[in-house]
Design a protein around this ligand. Sequence first.
Ligand SMILES: CC(C)(COP(=O)(O)OP(=O)(O)OC[C@H]1O[C@@H](n2cnc3c(N)ncnc32)[C@H](O)[C@@H]1OP(=O)(O)O)[C@@H](O)C(=O)NCCC(=O)NCCS
Length: 154
Amino acid sequence: MSAVLKSAPVLAPMRDADLAEVMAIEDAIYSHPWTRGNFADSLVAGYECRTWRMDGELLGYFVLMVAAGEAHLLNLSVAPAHQRRGHGATLLREASAIARSRGARGIFLEVRPSNAGAQALYTRFGFRKIAVRRGYYPAHSGREDALVLTLALQ
Ligand SMILES: CC(C)(COP(=O)(O)OP(=O)(O)OC[C@H]1O[C@@H](n2cnc3c(N)ncnc32)[C@H](O)[C@@H]1OP(=O)(O)O)[C@@H](O)C(=O)NCCC(=O)NCCS
C-alpha cells in the first residue's frame, strides 16, 4: 500500500505573473470581482499581497494594507474547490501575523451583509461588527451596505 503524500500549502508574495490565476478565482467567486488593475495597483502600492499555493495550484490569496498602526484586509479569497477546508482561517491567521509584525494594533475589513459564510469565518476568528457603511458595494440592483468588522491585535 502506498501513502499519498501531499505537500503543505505555501504562502508567497503575489507577483504580476500570478494575476491570470488570481483573476480566474476572483471571477469565479464574486458577483462584482476586483479587476486585474485593482491587484496590479495593490502590488505597486506595496500592499501585503500573498498567494497560497499547494503543489503549484493557487488555492487562495489575500491583500492587506497596513498604515498608521491599523491594518485593512482588502481581499481574502479561496478557490471554490478548496473552500471549507480551513484555508480561509489559515490565511486570516497569516494576514493577522503580518499586520501585527508591522505594528498594527487592529485589523478591520468590510463584508457584505449577504455574505453569511465570510461573516461566519470572521466572527469565529473573533471579529466584531463596529459599523455599517451605507451603499458601499455595487450590487445587481443598486448598492449593498457593508458591515465593518474589527479585531484587536495583541
Ligand atoms: C469566505 C472564504 C474566504 C472562507 O474560506 P474557507 O477556506 O472556505 O473557510 P474555512 O474553511 O477556513 O472556514 C473556517 C470556518 O469559517 C466558517 N465558514 C466558512 N465558510 C462558511 C460558509 N460558506 N458557511 C458557513 N460557515 C462558513 C465555518 O465556521 C468554518 O469552519 P467549519 O468548516 O469547520 O464549519 C471563502 O468561502 C471565499 O473565498 N468566499 C468567496 C469570497 C469571499 O466571500 N471572500 C470574503 C469577502 S469579505
